[in-house]
Write a protein that binds this ligand. Structure first.
Ligand SMILES: [Zn+2]
Length: 347
């Protein structure tokens, strides 16, 4: 079969023939139909000093590897001992496999399991025609939801978890820094939950346009204005309930500490590009909650899957470009060049 392979610890990725995956007990073979390119994969494609300085998990010992952890497809084959799914079923893959025997796994948080295996990182993933995964990691696609849309469930699940951690309630006034797939998903779900999204900060005009079309009150382009200053002008101090930081820029946190009400919440999701410096005394006086999110809990994943039909008509709001897997190398080049769309590869 054909696959995109990260072969060596250097920039690049290769499209080539690989053997089809063997079918083991407890596993299913997924015929991959759509697999999103994530930001972490673009970093691994680039393999620059920034990739290592960013403390992203070094994959050197795991190469060669078929990446791809945001994917959907149909069940092509069932391994021994698998029940509850049938050949041909449309499914979406939850890519984190916990050990099942630790405190984190007991709590439904395989994202924190010390022995977790991530499909597309520690095991071959979805940038291929076929992928073998544990049957427990495939979830049926809700009726009426396309395989292309459900492939992007992971950022939607991260958003669901972030909103849970940020305790967002109906009537809350929130803001979002960063309008990639996660930021847009936070906006969509916050609005469904009855919050008001007061602002979104971003750089890419297409993505900011997507945020505007969803109903964000104030769209702020960080490329054309001083975003923290503009936010202070718009809202004044101590006005908002929760702010979500998905951009990786520390000035967003400093800004949030000023804008948040007493006992407000700032939720950190983006991988920060530099150390964060602040005088936190005022934040302590105001009892600001500084929270963080790493990927998603299993309950957030299930909640996101249940919610995705509600935004099916809106998913076009997130600029997505579908590209044949055979042209995946070019898609990685374009993503690495910073083109403002989410690429979905179709084997
Ligand atoms: Zn575990």
């Amino acid at each position: 079969m054909k696959a995109l392979v990260k072969e060596r610890p250097e920039p690049g990725i290769v499209y080539r023939d690989v053997p089809e995956p063997p079918l083991k007990p407890g596993q299913v073979i997924v015929h991959v139909r759509a697999c999103g390119i994530s930001g972490s994969e673009v970093s691994r494609y680039r393999w620059t000093n920034a990739y290592h300085a960013g403390r992203a998990k070094d994959m050197t010992q795991l190469l060669p590897r078929i990446m791809g952890h945001e994917f959907s497809g149909t069940i092509a084959a069932l391994g021994p001992g698998v029940s509850g799914v049938s050949e041909g079923d449309p499914v979406v893959v939850q890519s984190v496999i916990g050990c099942g025997r630790c405190d984190s796994c007991d709590a439904g948080l395989p994202n924190h399991c010390g022995r977790r295996v991530t499909i597309g990182v520690h095991a071959d993933g979805g940038f291929a025609e076929y992928c073998a995964v544990p049957a427990a990691n495939v979830y049926p696609v809700p009726p009426g939801v396309s395989l292309e849309n459900v492939a992007l469930l992971q950022p939607f699940a991260i958003a669901a978890y972030a909103l849970e951690v940020g305790s967002v309630r109906p009537g809350d006034r929130i803001g979002v820094w960063g309008v990639g797939a996660i930021g847009v998903s936070i906006i969509q779900q916050a609005l469904i939950g009855g919050a008001t999204v007061e602002f979104a900060v971003g750089r890419d005009p297409a993505r900011l346009g997507a945020a505007r079309s969803l109903g964000v009150q104030h769209i702020i382009s960080a490329s054309t204005m001083d975003a923290p200053l503009r936010l202070l002008e718009l809202f004044g101090k101590q006005k908002l309930d929760a702010i979500f930081e998905v951009s990786g820029h520390t000035p967003a946190i400093n800004s949030a500490l000023t804008l948040l009400k007493k006992r407000g919440r700032v939720v950190l999701i983006g991988n920060l590009r530099e150390p964060f410096h602040a005088d936190l005394l005022q934040a302590i006086m105001d009892q600001i909650n500084i929270l963080s999110v790493r990927t998603y809990s299993l309950s957030a994943w299930r909640r996101a899957l249940a919610l995705i039909p509600r935004v099916q008509g809106q998913r076009g709001a997130m600029p997505v470009e579908r590209v044949p897997l055979a042209q995946g190398v070019r898609a990685f080049e374009r993503a690495a060049a910073g083109e403002g769309v989410k690429f979905v590869l179709e084997p």
